[in-house]
Design a binder for this molecule. Structure first.
Ligand code: C2O
Ligand code: CU
Length: 492
């Protein structure tokens, strides 16, 4: 069942890049750099435009019994539901979240995609201490940018339980050219149904591969070694808004209405292609930032990515379906604007057989592009891995031995991201939204980008948010296996 995703040739390429990365890091160290401190972080926060409004929330992580649609499971969740209750604020608001940890172990809360102050980013042992079992943490930060975001723990594999929720930041100046809005969260699910995330990881480490699906008996391979994006774990269930296809979420509106759908892929190990049967979608935002509107029948979402689409609804009942890449099963919700027959279970809308829109098809809307200027520095981010021992690396190193990327306040740095494995990796940078495409390029702004197998891309990042930030693969198992590094601001 297991085969290596890394060919001999790939492994050799990885070694060459390791050499290059090492040399760059040595140069950085020899100039006597030291990291920025609390003063720079506080100064950046007080420079953020504010609305003068404060929003206060409580978030509570706890053990919960959750109904996934005819199946009640024991899991960990924010409150009593999966996804957790959405938080919502307007750009410029001060957000205060009183977080309490009722889990049996320490945890953390990371605000994915929000370019907030570094000391509120929720990365344990880097930006703050972990929140102990029974402990609390009071978050307090200004939310600078509108868009669709989400939050989840940054502790081990906790993300692959039910600990995730949307966080929408409204744009006070947006016309809001739609009649209704839905938030649609995709997930791959094992907790309380199959093995725990920790058991899956232990199996992967032992060389098992795709263990999450071993009980399924459907005879299919996991994605590993199949030369694609199929992930490492086959899951018993795929969910839309916490519901399995047996009793799906029903999204209601009127025929003819324009609906904005905010899509979030909260899965740990699953890339989804999604479509709304009998409809075309207009993609308007990626990772919160406006793009030139682009029409498509289907859309690919890597883990951690968000897309907003606008759809004009037909009359009837339609499947909003998400196909896990390289895996059996489907995540589905129903869109209902009129009475009518429900699509048969497992129905696959033909839109899913059309080529999915991906980041290369998108460009930044005017006004959301970075200023066109040549980069002050260039840095490699080489993604690689080895199935022997289940080790995944950035620039040839696991996180415990990493040499961070470095930048100085105000610099533009160009990331040359290359993937030396046969799997796609959703690369995520905390605290920033980079722009895809070469110099002056018009690619979309993103904080998470799916880097295709054996592929690569370039991204420009403007260093405008000082601190020490995580850079990692958003496959939870890859990150846990070492596929993480940092972006460290150096004091000037
Ligand atoms: Cu979704 Cu490091 O985060
Ligand atoms: Cu990965």
């Amino acid at each position: 069942m297991t085969s290596s995703p890394i060919s001999r040739r790939t492994a050799l390429t990885g070694l060459v890049l390791l050499g290059a990365g090492g040399a760059a890091a040595l140069t950085a160290c020899s100039s006597g750099d030291r990291p920025v401190g609390a003063g720079a972080i506080a100064a950046a926060e007080s420079a953020r435009p504010t609305s003068g409004r404060t929003r206060t929330y409580r978030v509570n992580a706890r053990r919960a019994q959750v109904d996934l649609g005819g199946r009640v499971v024991d899991t960990w969740a924010y409150g009593d539901q999966v996804p957790g209750t959405m938080l919502r604020a307007t750009a410029g608001d001060r957000v205060r979240v009183a977080f309490t940890n009722e889990l049996p172990e320490e945890t953390s809360v990371h605000w994915h995609g929000l370019a907030i102050r570094n000391d509120m980013d929720g990365v344990p042992h880097l930006t703050s201490e972990p929140v102990a079992a029974g402990g609390r943490f009071d978050f307090d930060f200004t939310v600078p940018d509108p868009g669709t975001y989400w939050f989840h723990p940054h502790s081990g594999l906790q993300l692959d339980r039910g600990l995730y929720a949307p966080f929408v930041i409204d744009d006070p100046s947006e016309p809001g050219d739609y009649d209704a809005e839905w938030v649609v969260v995709l997930d791959d699910w094992t907790d309380g149904v199959g093995p725990t995330p920790e058991q899956i990881f232990a199996d992967l480490k032992r060389g098992g591969g795709s263990m999450g699906g071993m009980d399924m008996g459907d005879g299919s391979m996991g994605g590993m070694g199949m030369g694609g994006d199929g992930g490492d774990v086959r899951y018993p269930l795929y969910l839309v808004n916490g519901r399995a296809p047996t009793d799906p979420d029903v999204l209601r509106a009127k025929a003819g209405q324009r609906v904005r759908i905010r899509l979030i892929n909260a899965a740990a190990d699953t890339i989804f292609d999604m479509a709304l049967g009998a409809h075309r979608m207009t993609v308007t935002h990626s990772d919160g930032y406006p793009v030139e509107p682009a029409q498509t029948g289907s859309l690919r979402l890597g883990m951690g990515e968000r897309y907003d689409v606008v759809v004009t609804l037909g009359s009837g009942v339609f499947p909003l379906a998400a196909q896990p890449l390289g895996k059996q099963g489907q995540a589905v919700a129903l869109v209902r604007t009129a009475s009518g027959p429900v699509p048969p279970s497992g129905y696959r809308p033909p839109e899913l057989d059309t080529p999915p829109l991906t980041v290369v098809d998108l460009s930044a809307a005017s006004g959301s592009a970075l200023p066109a200027r040549s980069p002050d520095s260039r840095q490699d981010v080489a993604l690689s891995g080895s199935m022997s021992g289940y080790v995944w690396t950035i620039n040839g190193r696991t996180y415990d031995k990493t040499r961070p990327l470095t930048v100085r306040q105000g610099q533009m740095t160009r990331l040359r991201i290359t993937n030396h494995s046969m799997m796609g990796h959703p690369l995520h940078v905390h605290g920033h939204t980079f722009q895809l495409g070469p110099a002056g390029g018009r690619g979309p702004r993103k904080d998470t980008v799916l880097v295709p197998p054996m592929g690569g891309l370039e991204a420009d990042l403007l260093a405008d948010n000082p601190g020490r930030w995580m850079v990692h693969c958003h496959n939870a198992y890859h990150a846990e296996a070492g596929m993480m590094t940092r972006l460290d601001y150096q004091a000037t």
